[in-house]
Design a protein around this ligand. Structure first.
Ligand code: NIG
Ligand code: FE
Length: 413
């Protein structure tokens, strides 16, 4: 089907297909076309340009008038834990009343609390709860996302989560990439036998996941009280042997050397980075690894924000993602992430939009097909309400400025 969008006030993030990510000073540049048209052919972007140059013989089946509105690529959310069971509202209130995230985890709450709920919930029920969240974020403009396992922490639980992710991917037009995060926390029964759980991951979980093609990435929570650098390396190495690509949680509360480990194993991304030493930034230079900041997590937990200005001024790239999960970030709203990145991390609107589109796509290995307005890329688009400039997107935090979302060329209701 051919769809034509006309009178676009500004077409945002127009890129040549050779651009797969933007780094350093390039992040401040957001190429746009004012007063534009855009042609979609089925699920792909087929053509675009200035309104005055629009060919007369287009004969579209559908025409959308975007008078006063802007069009940009749908958000690419490269870090979520969207599949989970129940919620952790009680821990939220416990934190308001003075307990820390760490204290809650040490009492058997936190990740282990979600793992208990997940193992007690049927696969169908987990799917039903997760699809509500997926539909919500699609309406909020997300056009591609990564989803992690990591609330099973048993062979059955991890496989159940990954099957739910696979089913969401099969049933919805949105692109979904699955990460295996069996190394999210040590289950209580392995508290004094870490190697026992690592062996379970390597000898029982990974072979099944690889056989059934249930994940493309291997993730580890490398942090004090969770997985050490040595344990992380052991798991990444095994994941690589099974054909998975590393992508790790690191430097959330402490800098213990996990970034170097990620780079050593060619991690596609290192995520969180709330606590950084200068040697961590040095290690990231001269690597292809993308740093990923998760500002909604900092907002919700009251922990430091990733020092993104330092990363960008060191010439590095940066991606923004939600971290949507029941414990540290119960929100999958990329509009809030973009806004918070500007307000709290002092990213310019151009940097934040680049970080949430083309760099987010790179952080999922899909920037050849997603993340910019480029001929041949997926027609995953946000059409805004009438707005004065794209600055309004981060500026009017909390407002929903989205008029319509197109996923693979179709309006998603
Ligand atoms: O990315 N840091 C580790 N994992 C998640 C939170 C897990 C949870 O609290 O359930 C995160 O913030
Ligand atoms: Fe996370």
């Amino acid at each position: 089907m051919k769809t034509l969008i006309i009178n676009i006030k500004e077409l945002i993030q127009v890129r040549d297909k050779s651009v797969l990510k933007v780094s350093g000073a390039e992040m401040a540049v957001l190429p746009t076309i004012k007063n534009a048209y855009l042609v979609l052919q089925n699920d792909l972007i087929a053509d675009f340009g200035f309104m005055e140059d629009m060919p007369e013989d287009l004969n579209p089946e559908k025409c959308i008038d975007a008078y006063g509105k802007m069009v940009l690529p749908a958000w690419c959310d490269s870090h979520t834990h969207l599949v989970y069971a129940g919620n952790r509202e009680q821990e939220f209130v416990d934190r308001i009343n003075g307990l820390s995230y760490e204290e809650i985890a040490n009492r058997g709450g936190g990740i282990l609390n979600s793992a208990k709920k997940l193992n007690e919930t049927s696969e169908e029920e987990i799917y039903d709860q997760s699809k509500v969240r997926l539909e919500e974020i699609m309406r909020l403009g997300t056009g591609a996302l990564e989803i992690k396992s990591g609330y099973g922490l048993t062979v059955d639980g991890e496989l159940k989560m990954l099957r739910v992710i696979q089913k969401l991917s099969n049933n919805y037009p949105i692109t979904i990439k699955a990460s295996f995060l069996g190394a999210h926390a040590f289950p209580l029964e392995f508290a004094k036998n870490h190697q026992g759980y690592i062996d379970l991951i390597i000898n029982e979980m990974l072979p099944e996941i690889a056989k059934n093609k249930l994940a493309v990435y291997i993730d580890v929570f490398c942090e004090m009280g969770y997985f050490t650098v040595e344990e992380t390396e052991q798991i990444l190495e095994a994941g690589i042997r099974f054909g998975l690509i590393p992508k790790i949680h690191v430097n959330q509360f402490n800098s213990i050397g996990g970034i170097k480990a990620g780079i050593k194993y060619n991690a596609l991304t290192v995520d969180h980075l709330e606590v950084m030493k200068s040697e961590d930034i040095e290690a990231l230079k001269n690597s292809k690894t993308m740093p990923v900041a998760l500002p909604s997590c900092s907002y919700f937990l009251g922990i430091p924000y990733t020092l993104s200005r330092e990363l960008i001024s060191s010439g590095l790239a940066l991606a923004l993602a939600t971290d949507y999960n029941p414990g540290s970030t119960p929100s999958g709203n990329m509009n809030f992430v973009v806004s918070t990145a500007c307000i709290k991390m002092k990213l310019t609107p151009e940097e934040a939009i680049n970080a949430a589109t083309i760099n987010g796509a790179y952080a999922m290995g899909i920037s050849k097909t997603h993340g910019s307005i480029t001929i041949g890329k997926k027609a995953n688009l946000i059409i805004t309400k009438p707005i004065s400039s794209y600055y309004q997107l981060p500026y009017a935090f909390g407002s929903n400025l989205i008029d319509a979302v197109l996923i693979e060329g179709e309006v998603f209701i």
